[in-house]
Design a protein around this ligand. Structure first.
Ligand code: PSV
Ligand code: MN
Length: 424
C-alpha cells in the first residue's frame, strides 16, 4: 500500500487547527451535525474497475502512465482511494474485462483493503476475441435466436462470477438498438429483449437484484431498445420484484429533469441505483459535479426525501456507483474529486429543512421553497465532509495527500509509463 495510517495521521495533524476552526464555525450554526456526519461516514460509493485507467475518445487516448494492468492492481488502486477518503469501500467489475482467475484470492485481497464487490456488469456491446457470434446488430434483441442465447449465457456467467465474489447485483446495459429507420421492428426487439432478460432474471440468486440501465443514444443513433427510464421501468415491472432501473446521469436527452425521474422511480420502488458522472452535451462521462453541481444536489434532495418517506437505509438500499472516463486528468485524482462531489451533494441534501419545504409547497409559497433549497445548497459543507473523513480515519484533504505523497509518480515507477488498463 502506497499510503499508511501514519502518513494520513501526519497529514491530518498539519491541517488540524485550520480544519477545526472551519468546522466549529459551521457546526455552531447548524443543528444535528453529528447525525449528518454519521450518515456521511456510512455512505460508500463504488468505484468502477473500468475507470482506473485513462479514457479516450474515438480520436485518441493520452495515457498518464502507471495504470493498473491487472485486476489485482485495480483493487489496489481502489484500496488506495478508500484509504484516502474512506468513502470508496466498494468496486464494481465489468466482465469480461475483469474476470477473476481465482475468485477466493481476489475476494480476500479486496477485503484486506476494506472493499466489497458492488454490481457486476455484463458486456454484450463488444465482440470478444474468439466469440462465436457477433453483437454487431444487437444482443438480447437480435433477430437470430443463437445470438440471443449467447448473450443470455454470458449474463449467467457474470452472475456466477459475482456470486463467487459476494456481489449481490447485476447491471445490464445493452447497446442494442438501430441506427437507421426501418432497420428494426421495435416491437419484436422489445419482446426478444424481455424474453432474454426473463431468462437472466430466473438465474438470479434469491438475494440478488438486476439493474436495467437505459441510455438515450450511442452507439445506436436512431433507436435504443432500452432508451429511457420508461422503457427500463417497463422491463423492470414485467420482470418482477428483483428488477430495478439504474440511472446513469449521462444517459438522458438534453435538459431532462433527472431529479423528477429519480423521485418517481423511487416512489414506484423501482429505483435500483446510480452511475454518477456529469455532462454538458451527451454521455460525456465527466467528473461528478464538475458541470452542474446544483442538479446533483437536487437529485440528492429527492433521494433523501424519498428514501426517508420509505424509511430506507441511505447507504445500503440503493447501489451508488460512479461511471466516468478521464481523458485528460489523472484517473485517481478525478475519482477523488467525484467522490467528494457526491459527499458534498449528499451532505447539502441532508441539510434541507424538509418540513419547512413541505409547508411552503402546501401553501404554494414558491419563493420560500426556492430559498429553502438554496439555503442548503449554498452552505459550504466541505468542513463537515472533511470532519466525517477525519472521524473515519481518512485524510482531511485526499487530493493534496495524493500529490504530497507523489502517488502517481510511484505508480509509474512500479508499473511503467505505457501500462494500459483493460476496458474501453
Ligand atoms: C454505457 O455508456 C455505460 O454507461 C454502461 O454503464 C457501461 O457498462 C459503461 O458505460 C462502460 O462502457
Ligand atoms: Mn453507465
Amino acid at each position: 500500500m502506497l499510503i499508511n495510517v501514519q502518513t494520513i495521521a501526519a497529514h491530518n495533524e498539519a491541517r488540524l487547527s485550520a480544519h477545526t476552526r472551519r468546522f466549529s464555525s459551521i457546526a455552531g450554526e447548524l443543528t444535528g451535525v453529528d447525525t449528518i456526519i454519521e450518515k456521511l461516514i456510512d455512505f460508500q460509493i463504488a468505484i468502477p474497475s473500468w475507470a482506473l485507467g485513462t479514457g479516450g475518445t474515438r480520436f485518441g487516448r493520452f495515457s498518464g502512465g502507471g495504470e493498473p494492468g491487472t485486476l489485482e492492481e485495480k483493487i489496489a488502486d481502489v484500496g488506495l482511494l478508500h484509504a484516502l477518503n474512506r468513502s470508496s469501500g466498494a468496486i464494481s467489475l465489468h466482465i469480461p474485462w475483469d474476470i477473476p482467475s481465482d475468485a477466493k484470492k481476489i475476494k480476500e485481497l479486496a477485503a484486506a483493503y476494506g472493499l466489497r464487490f458492488d454490481a457486476v456488469n455484463s458486456n454484450t456491446f463488444q465482440d470478444q476475441p474468439g466469440q462465436k457470434l457477433s453483437y454487431k446488430f444487437g444482443s438480447l434483441q437480435h433477430v437470430n435466436r443463437a445470438v440471443r442465447q449467447q448473450a443470455i449465457a454470458h449474463n449467467k456467467e457474470v452472475i456466477r462470477h459475482g456470486v463467487e465474489l459476494g456481489s449481490q447485483s447485476l447491471t445490464v446495459w445493452l447497446s442494442d438498438g438501430s441506427s437507421f429507420p426501418g432497420q428494426l421492428n421495435f416491437r419484436k426487439a422489445f419482446e426478444n429483449t424481455l424474453e432474454g432478460l426473463r431468462e437472466i432474471y430466473a438465474a438470479l440468486p434469491a438475494d440478488w437484484k438486476i439493474f436495467v440501465e437505459y441510455k438515450a443514444f450511442e452507439p445506436n443513433f436512431y433507436s435504443m431498445t432500452v432508451g429511457d427510464w420508461g422503457q427500463s421501468l417497463l422491463y423492470a415491472n414485467k420482470l418482477g420484484d428483483k428488477a430495478y432501473t439504474l440511472v446513469d446521469l449521462g444517459h438522458h436527452l438534453p435538459n431532462a429533469n433527472i431529479q423528477q425521474i429519480v423521485a418517481l422511480l423511487l416512489n414506484e420502488k423501482k429505483l435500483g441505483g446510480f452511475h454518477f458522472n456529469d455532462s454538458k452535451y451527451g454521455d460525456d462521462d465527466l467528473t461528478v459535479g464538475s458541470i452542474d453541481p446544483y442538479q446533483l444536489f437536487l437529485i440528492f434532495n429527492e433521494l433523501v426525501e424519498g428514501m426517508d418517506v420509505r424509511s430506507m437505509n441511505h447507504a445500503r438500499d440503493l447501489g451508488w456507483m460512479i461511471d466516468a472516463s478521464h481523458n485528460i486528468k489523472d484517473p485517481l485524482e478525478d475519482l477523488l474529486q467525484s467522490v467528494e462531489a457526491i459527499m458534498i451533494a449528499y451532505a447539502q441534501a441532508l441539510l434541507v429543512d424538509t418540513r419547512a419545504l413541505q409547508d411552503a409547497q402546501e401553501n404554494n409559497d414558491v419563493a420560500t421553497a426556492q430559498e429553502i433549497l438554496q439555503q442548503a445548497y449554498r452552505t459550504d459543507v466541505r468542513p463537515i465532509v472533511a470532519e466525517a473523513r477525519l472521524r473515519s480515519g481518512a485524510a482531511l484533504a485526499p487530493l493534496e495527500l495524493f500529490r504530497e505523497q507523489k502517488i502517481r509518480e510511484r505508480l509509474i515507477q512500479q508499473r511503467g509509463e505505457q501500462h494500459k488498463a483493460t476496458g474501453l
